[in-house]
Unconditional design. Structure first.
Length: 212
């Protein structure tokens, strides 16, 4: 199964990707993982990517796509793969098609914006590595870590304003991919539930047609 996993930031893609990977025994690969691997291995595209990263610049699409092409054609992906975080736009999806990469399904995990803002802006973390949520996993004492007693803080990425900006970018740039893959007849939408296990059950049911 060659799968693209879609959904807004905070929709739970990473968690579901790991579950699918375990069940189907196929690699879940993010663009970041592929970039880091290519740079570490010193591939031609990895060297190009490193020059941009060292300069503090975004790696251009053509280099990212080259790295993805190399990775997807490797033995690691011979039985299938899960793409998480790519494509992020219609031009990237078209480039993936131009490579000749066959995609069996594009699975979109649907979660309302207000729920995502609640999930992400409610996160609290500690410098010791412990993490909490004001609604779902509150510390015993507000804003104090249960483990080490240090003050908890909100990561910059989780600030409500940042989350809203990321959601706006997703809706403008990435969400149109749903129509793109719907037109190909391979879009599958699954509602993200309150309980992770319920979302996993819905995802597995939606992908059951790919079981051997």
């Amino acid at each position: 199964m060659n799968l693209i996993l879609m959904g807004a930031p905070g929709a739970g893609k990473g968690t579901q990707s790991a579950k699918i990977s375990e069940k189907w025994n196929i690699p879940a690969v993010s663009t970041g993982d592929m970039l880091r691997a290519a740079v570490k291995e010193g591939t031609e595209m990895g060297v190009k990517a490193k020059s941009y990263m060292d300069a503090g610049q975004l790696v251009p699409d053509e280099v990212v796509i080259g790295i993805i092409k190399d990775y997807l054609s490797s033995d690691k992906c011979k039985d299938g793969f899960i793409l998480d975080g790519f494509p992020r736009s219609i031009p990237q999806a078209e480039a993936l098609d131009a490579m000749g990469v066959k995609i069996d399904a594009a699975l979109s995990i649907e979660v309302a914006d207000e729920k995502i803002v609640e999930r992400m802006s409610g996160r609290r973390v500690c410098s010791c590595g412990a993490s909490y949520h004001v609604v779902y996993k509150a510390p015993k004492t507000a804003d104090v870590c249960d483990v080490c007693g240090a003050a908890l803080y909100v990561r910059a990425d989780d600030a409500a304003e940042t989350v809203l900006n990321r959601l706006n970018t997703y809706h403008a740039t990435t969400e149109p991919l749903k129509d793109y893959y719907a037109a190909k007849g391979i879009l599958i939408c699954v509602e993200g539930r309150e309980e992770v296990s319920d979302t996993t059950a819905a995802v597995m049911a939606a992908l059951s047609k790919f079981e051997a």
